[in-house]
Design a protein around this ligand. Structure first.
Ligand SMILES: [Zn+2]
Length: 627
């Protein structure tokens, strides 16, 4: 029997199969006496009875084997206590069958390890979904029309009956809208007066699709005490008219002026919104995430859902790092980690925004933008033509924060879009590593987004052990790229845009994520873009920098083993091996056999986390979840 395993399992898998079976039986496995199983575990006394046997499947374990490096496929998998206790041949799995073993017959379908989304705003996006959705709006008029319909529906539903006009003592409900595409307001900027024409009594806040800009109506500006006398934060933008009066648009750090003004929904509401989006993530095959910017109100919701046994996803939370972070703040961060890290939630990462985004000229570039930024009135925006955008932290300040976080044992997750932000982030991580090489390597710091990586910096990820965390869905020619990015960067910089293949070739660790709700949560759509550099559904479109296309194997690894590494969970997730968690998905078709342009047509039929079925497309209630 050992021979059979050896023939079909790659060395690493065989090793873990044997060590698990012979040396360290999983603690939760059921013991069924001293029945000696002569099956897949060789001479070991395989006393485990499976809770679940997955059979008649093509199970991609995560490994590649043979002369042509083909995906290694097993036929069957036995699971007990949430762990994989056997993976291999169909007939051998039957040795683990007991009277209460459930069977999952896959009818020849493909089974994959669950996906890791290593940069997603899951909880926050769950809450956003309660608001008006503006994504897809092509113009300001269309966005305002959507808002109008949303408000009308709310009124029809009998909500907001409290009198909120002048003299009312009732705190008005905030109207939240999100997903406004920047190209829709590029040439016709949105102002508070525009929003007032739809809703003037209640405060309204509208977030851009990339969440780096927002717009307020007059009521909201009054509540947030934003007027001509408001000082523009160091690294933010308050757009103003020619008299210096704010027009309603806030970008980057200026958005923090709403902090403490926007009400936080009650915990029950947060938890229920989170529960919905966890199911949504499961429906797309996601079983692990890194929540890329977590405040305490989100941690509370994750904790609450986990305590209720409903957090069907493994979460690493990257905690919010603000400006001027001092000793007290670091202490608070350490307290949060201690308070919230258990079960499926680990609050062990820290999120730093090194810069903004190219489209609003807030991304920090090494060389100037080629065109002025779109702005309202004569707005005193300091990021126009001839400017290089904004670093949110001076290099020395970033180094101070990075070193302090590393010394406290945090993984650091840095948002960096422009080539100057990427370089400054790498410099800061290099400086921290000079003091504490072992610590830095252990903490697995990462930089996310990576829109522009100057060529001299491309080898530094591998050299410094920094994980490159890409959002592959952004790498195609859409209006953001064609209208707001290419013209302001010029052809030279368009040669280093989202250089996923170059970074993979350099030997760096690569992880991937959606940045949802900024872009689609569906990993298969993002994988398709990584492979084609074209928008799904537009096979004839001109690919964006086709030299940076990657293979399915590469991008699948980023979403599985790469993600597990980035989340410090590779010992128990990321691939399907004995002794690992039974986090896996069943697909309706075999993505290894699909044309790259068809990849995103594949659907997840079932998702298992720790051997529990958490999403089943055959259930109407599960099917009802949608982005
Ligand atoms: Zn993000």
């Amino acid at each position: 029997m050992l021979k059979i395993i050896a023939e079909h399992l790659p060395a690493c898998l065989l090793f873990s199969a044997l060590t698990a079976a012979l040396v360290s039986p999983t603690p939760a496995t059921a013991v069924t006496g001293d029945r000696v199983r002569t099956g897949a575990v060789g001479q070991a006394k395989a006393s485990a009875t499976a809770d679940l046997i997955v059979s008649n499947a093509r199970i991609f374990t995560g490994a590649y084997a043979g002369p042509n490096n083909r995906p290694f496929m097993a036929e069957s998998m036995a699971i007990a206590g949430g762990k994989i206790i056997f993976i291999g041949k169909q007939q051998d799995a039957q040795f683990f069958k007991g009277p209460h073993t459930r069977l999952e017959n896959c009818h020849g379908r493909l089974v994959l390890p669950g996906f890791h989304d290593c940069h997603v705003h899951l909880c926050e996006s769950g809450l956003e979904r309660r608001g008006c959705q503006l994504s897809g709006a092509k113009s300001k008029a269309e966005a305002l029309a959507k808002l109008k319909v949303f408000l009308q529906k709310k009124r029809n539903a009998g909500l907001n009956k409290a009198k909120v006009g002048p003299g009312s003592s009732v705190a008005p409900e905030w109207i939240l809208a999100c997903g406004l595409p920047l190209p829709a307001v590029q040439n016709n900027p949105l102002t508070s007066t525009d929003i007032d024409s739809i809703e003037a009594e209640r405060p309204v806040v509208i977030y851009s699709e990339d969440a780096h800009s927002l717009w307020l109506n007059t009521k909201a500006m009054q509540l947030a005490k934003i007027d001509a006398s408001t000082k523009t934060p160091e690294t933010g933008v308050i757009e103003r008219d020619k008299d210096g009066k704010p027009t309603g648009a806030l970008r980057e750090q200026a958005m923090e002026l709403l902090e403490g003004v926007l009400p936080v929904p009650p915990l029950a509401e947060r938890t229920s919104a989170l529960k919905q989006v966890v199911l949504l993530a499961n429906s797309l095959g996601i079983t692990s995430i890194q929540d890329a910017h977590t405040r305490e109100e989100f941690l509370e919701a994750y904790r609450d859902l986990d305590d209720k046994k409903g957090l069907n996803i493994k979460v690493v939370a990257a905690l919010h790092i603000g400006k001027n972070f001092g000793d007290m703040d670091f202490e608070h961060l350490t307290d949060l980690r201690k308070k919230y890290s258990r079960g499926n939630l680990q609050a062990t990462s820290a999120k730093i925004f090194a810069d903004g985004v190219v489209e609003t000229h807030t991304a920090a570039l090494l060389k100037p933008y080629l065109l002025p930024s779109p702005k309202a009135g004569d707005g005193k925006v300091d990021t126009g033509e001839g400017q290089c955008g904004t670093l949110n932290y001076e290099p020395q300040e970033l180094q101070r924060i990075v070193k302090a976080l590393d010394q406290r044992g945090f993984q650091i997750h840095i948002h960096a879009i422009g080539d100057r932000a990427v370089r400054t982030a790498l410099d800061a991580l290099a400086a921290a590593r000079q003091i504490d090489r072992a610590g830095c390597d252990q903490h697995r710091h990462q930089i996310a987004h990576l829109e522009l990586i100057a060529r001299p910096d491309q080898s530094r990820f591998a050299e410094l052990g920094v994980i490159a965390n890409f959002q592959p869905y952004w790498a195609f020619n859409d209006p953001y790229m064609l209208e707001l990015t290419a013209p302001v960067l010029g052809p030279d910089r368009m040669e280093v845009i989202y250089p996923i293949s170059s970074i993979v070739q350099s030997g760096a660790h690569v992880a991937a994520g959606s940045d949802w709700s900024v872009s689609t949560l569906n990993p298969l759509r993002a994988m398709q873009v990584a492979i084609t550099r074209q928008e799904p559904g537009r096979a004839r479109a001109v690919p964006l920098l086709p030299g940076e296309r990657v293979s399915l194997a590469t991008i699948l690894a980023a979403y599985t083993t790469g993600g597990a590494y980035a989340n410090h969970s590779e010992t128990h997730t990321g691939s399907l091996e004995v002794a690992k968690d039974a986090d896996f998905i069943v697909l309706d078709r075999d993505i290894f056999k699909l044309a790259p342009t068809k990849l995103s047509q594949a659907r997840v039929l079932k998702t298992y986390v720790d051997g529990r079925l958490v999403f089943d497309r055959s259930r109407a209630s599960d099917r009802a979840v949608s982005e």
